[in-house]
Design a protein around this ligand. Sequence first.
Ligand code: ADP
Ligand code: MG
Length: 390
Amino acid sequence: MDIHEYQAKAILAEYGLPIAQGGLAYSPEQAAYRTREIGGDKWVVKAQVHSGGRGKAGGVKICADEHEVWEAADEMLGKRLVTQQTGPKGKMISRLYVEEATSITAEFYLSLVLDRCSERIMIVASAAGGMDIEEVAKNNPQAIVNISVEPAVGIQKFQAREIAFALGLKAKQVNQAVTVIEACYRAFRDLDATMVEINPLVVTEDGRLVALDAKMAFDDNALFRRQQISELRDKSQEDPLEMKAADRGLSYIGLDGNIGCIINGAGLAMATMDMIKDAGGEPANFLDIGGGASPERVAKAFNLVLADENIEAILVNIFAGINRCDWVAEGIVQAMNKFEIKIPVIVRLSGTNVEEGRKIIAESGAELIIAESLDEAASKSVAAVAGGGA
Ligand code: ADP
Ligand code: MG
């Protein structure tokens, strides 16, 4: 789960991360009021959306007076911000963070991620801050330092100093860098985070280290024990179909194609998507209905897939072990009647109770295209789409 910049800053500040003074705004009036509250003579208005790259997309504006802040807020609120990371639809800006503008002399990159290979938290830093770290990693990998943390002892001060020296920080800032790194590490470890990213971490004109941007992501599987974190969830920033699926216990990932997939098991789902591609088609989604799926659950899966407006055919591919083909068949028939499906539906059933399943389908009179093998199911789906509908 991702959270907003202002939320990450509030959490990390409690752990000792130095941040600029700021406040949240839901309206231009409130944004203007924040400038008086914060004081100073320059402010930054920042769109709160779950995405990086906001600066380049017009989601971060430096303003010299209250009126400019009002205008920037008015311009951003209620709009969708399209960044390099959001896809063409962008993400709705419904809140802003107004912050004092900091005069920057150097920008650094700092992040903590979970390295699944070494099963450790890895600290990644670079003096090439403020830019796309992916670009730096590709074109200038020696500009990145990383250190992995031994979980039994946690981050050691010498390690944090090593990072600070590698970034070329002056003696005066090395201790501040240790504080920053320790704060991020403790927050990461205590809160079941999967990522903490400070980009940029800056040195101000008066020599202080300040985090100007902060991003945190959390392990969904640990949210049950992190109530304060799960309350920070902003569903308006998530893909509505993926969210709907997750709330119903289905794993769904939306894709760009036109063949909807309803499949049991992640492995079979991946294989089916490959077969569709191989036959010259494009899957519209990854959807795993899981084991022991009831007819209602299968019908829900149809509902979900049909909500994608690009769908031109649906392929149901079930290899039943724990699942039962007769239940799946009942679910298909229910969905065909309930949703009055007009697009071609290709069904391949195999495994437990397959005979009963086929019988239910045959007796229902539902117009379905039956396939025996995965190969056949994939090519029939692609042919159905190419044929321009039913
Ligand atoms: P994003 O990473 O989504 O583009 P950032 O918060 O990193 O958003 O902002 C983009 C850039 O705007 C930063 O790299 C920094 O140069 C500048 N910036 C952000 N916040 C401030 C601030 N409080 N004062 C001065 N400059 C800022
Ligand atoms: Mg940033």
